[in-house]
Design a protein around this ligand. Sequence first.
Ligand SMILES: *Cc1c(COP(=O)(O)O)cnc(C)c1O
Length: 417
Amino acid sequence: MNLFHQNSDAERMLERDREWLLPVYARFPIVMERGEGVYLFDTSGNRYLDMMAGLGVNALGHAHPRMVRATADQARMLVHLSPQYCTPYAGELAERLCALSGMEGVFYSTGGSEAVEGAIKVARAYAAEAFGPHKHRIVSLLGSYHGRTLGSLAVTGQTKYRDNFGPDLPGVDFVVRDDLASLQAAVSDETCCILIETVLGEGGVYEVSPEFLAEARRLADKHHALLVLDEIQCGLGRTGDWFAFPRIGVKPDVLILGKPLGGGIPLSALLVTGPLFHALGLGKHGSTLGGSPMACRLGLEFLSVVEDEGLLARVTDTGAYLRTHLDGLARELDIAMEARGIGLIQGLELSIPGRPIAESALEQGLMLNFVQGNVMRFLPSFLLERQHVDTAMEIIRPLLHKANREAKAEQPELVAR
Ligand SMILES: *Cc1c(COP(=O)(O)O)cnc(C)c1O
């Protein structure tokens, strides 16, 4: 790789990471130092346009002045204390999240996986209390992603992530996304919840169809099971609405949020409807670092900035503009199969591996992200503007055209259609 030149300090840091950090991530040989809006800067002074926003966390870009001010102010007041004590922000954020979503109670934790674990516990506890422990089965989607802890992994519909970590948490039934018959066959009176990632992100950017979600709601009601929606990635504004589910007209019993919620400070939340308020009783669950004053204050500031700067409308506009370009690429190129997504969660599926494309883009100052090896996934900051899309396309289009020529030269039959 001939990446942007990294100075000798950076080379040393990269070497130290390779020596001391477990090799879990396919990392790029760059040392990032700071960010500003939709741009990142490495320690060698190179600038990168950020189209992945820390895997969807940095919805307000980097170093947003209001987030910086709130962080500094809160750091002087109170960063963390035991969740046994009340602080001014946890309740206010819970009230705001419930007003936005129509839910009626909140439990905070630190990461998405942890919130998924909590949601599973809510569903199992509620069902066990009302119907007995036999009602413990969980229906989840093939191709979904819910996290890496053992419980969230067990409900993630991709076997490759579970290999060698077994035995899996028992009682999980996987169904095919948008296949009503598959869903109907899986849901029974033993089902405690149907768990759905409203827009599958890591799985390749697929929106679940309104018909499928409506059927999940109907089956959940019929069998006294809960409908749990994981909007960790697609929620909190990324679709151009606060959440993905209202547009579809289906209301969950449990809603899981994470990623951008704490403005970059670890914060996730599970939101429940009124009847579930007491499902996790006193002493039944906990999270030492969950819902800290710092994280909740930043969560409130994040919601306020999105409102004050009209960012939902911008997500819709920039997302549609990006999508037009992606649709164009899918038409122009044999290696580009399809563009999918909504708002600023967009994907372009390629028939070739994405890693070399991501590396070449990085050399030109553009941070791209691929999921499933071949789906270019865009999860940029809500601050992204059309001009940034133009800049990204000036790099992406020639790269993909070159890859297209090479693929056709190598394997004409593969790309022919
Ligand atoms: C990222 C993600 C998770 C896991 O969140 P972590 O913070 O990585 O634990 C769960 N569900 C969805 C839909 C996600 O995108």
